[in-house]
Design a protein around this ligand. Structure first.
Ligand code: CA
Ligand code: CA
Ligand code: CA
Ligand code: CA
Length: 548
């Protein structure tokens, strides 16, 4: 791995700073990325390389497997469910890594590295699958991916699994008729304990990107009463999920005895890297040389919410221990988006240096501040020196949250099992960030601060992952992918028929009202039939069908 020196990074930044910044409206643009989809397309360079673009990182104590932590790294922002004949996949030329700092010095101690390869059974066809794929090793799956997980630490590197299968993408009723079953077969045990899954899933993130990107518009102010549109509805991602024993993550190899245990806090971030040189020739590309990090993601929203364009690409290339030298600290201490909240909505934001945001994003939050039991409870401040460096920090002594439970506002909602203590799939990091920027976390550190009444009501009006693809109660927890066949969503007008809850089929009128009864549904043939599915809720169907 080539690590740029601090000098190189600063030289690059200085060069970038000299770029002209024209008008005020142009200067608003980076700030308006305040609530970008977590890390979907957050920086100019990586937004041209979606296979490597990390969208979200999650780290939480596992709901059903005590003594383990689940680490999730998603890539491929805004991935459509359809996409044949060459469907979305992991890039065999990318090194995907999930990294851990377990002793609070901001330097990685463990890296879980994944490399993928693609295998094609029959090159004489254009088909991805030559028949229904009903099991993970179904011979009808023509284009297959396999991967290796390697754990790297100070003692060397060790393969935890080799040639683990990636499930097919979720294509449609003919190609992938029993998708959930096939996907479940792709969950594989890791040597030494734990398990892994790598494959397409529904993007569990939720955010009203379309609105927030329109100069931070909140559709229904102040944002805590719904009314947002989830831009990730109907979008998939490529998910890498690892579930590993806590004893393999702690510095001393011992279990974590509780929140106050000195080995409890793990810093987590994920990276994508490509080899230094790609040589193009007709019909092929040869990659050689050292690995260069091109995507980095720990906390959601930092590179998009806090960092300006001049530093975004460099931030993706450096490791957390270089953050202060790269100038990230003052940017977090005095974040532009907070000023934007003031300028656009008149919210009275804190004016002092934001030590609260430094704790949330860079150093961890002391448990004493939150009134956690035991004066030494660190919440998610690592033992040793908690110097500023951006990573997700999880206290591995945190009791797990069963899927379907927990407060989406995490710590500021009184639920210390959630963000910024690691990050669960349900954590509404957009609303948390908006409220934190407006001063809710500042008030915790500075009780004398007079909080604007609007601050704790801010949000984007989208509160949960898409309920059409529910989180799974077991590993890997991320919902099954949207099915390509059901997209694009062309509106109900594309459906001449509807199947109501009774199971009976009716004609659907042009104005989406229910029409005449179809006594023999066979006559519908292959006409599109509107029914409760991944993207039409049972409620919507009931709304049209009434009592039928
Ligand atoms: Ca990203
Ligand atoms: Ca370390
Ligand atoms: Ca088959
Ligand atoms: Ca939200």
């Amino acid at each position: 791995m080539t690590r740029p020196t601090v000098g190189q990074v600063i030289a690059g930044l200085t060069a970038a700073i000299t770029l002209p910044l024209a008008s005020f409206s142009m200067m608003l643009a980076p700030e308006a990325q305040l609530a970008d989809a977590s890390s979907h397309r957050e920086a100019p360079m990586i937004s041209d390389d979606p296979a490597a673009d990390g969208t979200d990182v999650y780290a939480f104590t596992s709901p059903e497997n005590n003594g383990t932590v689940t680490l999730i790294y998603n890539t491929w922002p805004f991935e459509d469910p359809f996409g044949g004949p060459n469907f979305f996949r992991f890039d065999p030329n990318v090194l995907y890594s999930i990294k851990i700092d377990n002793n609070g010095d901001n330097v990685q101690d463990i890296s879980y590295d994944l490399r993928f390869r693609t295998e094609i059974r029959n090159r004489g066809t254009f088909l991805y699958n030559t028949g229904p794929v009903t099991s993970i090793d179904d011979p009808d799956l023509n284009v297959r991916q396999f991967y290796t997980v390697t754990r790297v630490d100070s003692t060397g590197s060790r393969e935890l699994i080799k040639d683990a299968p990636v499930p097919p993408v979720n294509i449609g009723p003919k190609s992938t008729p029993n998708y959930a079953q096939v996907a479940a077969q792709a969950i594989k045990p890791l040597q030494g304990g734990g398990q892994v899954y790598a494959g397409q899933r529904a993007d569990p993130f939720f955010v009203d990107v379309a609105s927030l990107f329109d100069l931070l518009t909140i559709r229904q102010l102040p944002g805590n009463k719904g009314g947002g549109v989830n831009a990730l509805n109907g979008k998939n991602v490529q998910t890498i999920a690892l579930q590993v024993p806590i004893t393999q993550l702690t510095a001393d190899g011992q279990p974590v005895s509780g929140l106050g245990s000195p080995n409890a806090v793990a810093g987590v971030w994920a990276t994508s890297s490509r080899q230094k040189t790609a040589v193009l020739s007709a019909g092929s590309v040869a990659n050689t040389g050292e690995w260069v990090q091109i995507s980095r993601l720990g906390n959601p929203l930092v590179n998009e919410a806090v960092l300006p364009l001049k530093i975004k690409d460099a931030f993706n290339a450096i490791s957390p221990d270089m953050d202060v030298a790269a100038g990230a600290l003052p940017l977090v201490q005095n974040p532009e988006p907070a000023r934007l909240l003031n300028a656009l909505y008149g919210i009275k934001v804190p004016t002092g240096e934001r030590d609260d945001l430094v704790a949330v994003f860079l150093t961890g939050v002391p448990g004493a501040l939150l009134g956690l039991p035991g004066a030494t409870a660190p919440m998610n401040v690592p033992a040793g020196k908690a110097t500023a460096s951006e990573m997700l920090r999880l206290n591995m002594g945190t009791p797990s949250t069963p899927i379907g439970e927990g407060n989406r506002m995490g710590v500021i909602g009184g639920d210390v099992r959630g963000f910024p203590n690691g990050r669960r799939l349900i954590d509404d990091v957009t609303d948390i960030a908006l409220q934190a920027l407006a001063g809710v976390t500042y008030k915790v550190v500075h009780p004398e601060f007079e909080l604007d009444p609007l601050a704790s009501q801010l949000g984007d009006g989208v509160d949960t992952p898409d309920p059409a693809v529910p989180l799974t109660s077991g590993f890997p927890y991320v919902g099954l992918p949207f099915r390509g066949y059901d997209f694009p969503q062309t509106g109900l007008g594309a459906f001449p028929y509807i199947r109501c809850a009774s199971g009976q089929v009716y004609r659907l009128n042009g104005d989406n009202s229910i029409g005449t009864y179809v006594p023999d549904p066979e006559t519908v043939g292959t006409s599109p039939l509107l029914q409760a599915s991944n993207f039409v809720s049972a409620d919507a169907i009931r709304g049209i069908c009434g009592s039928k």
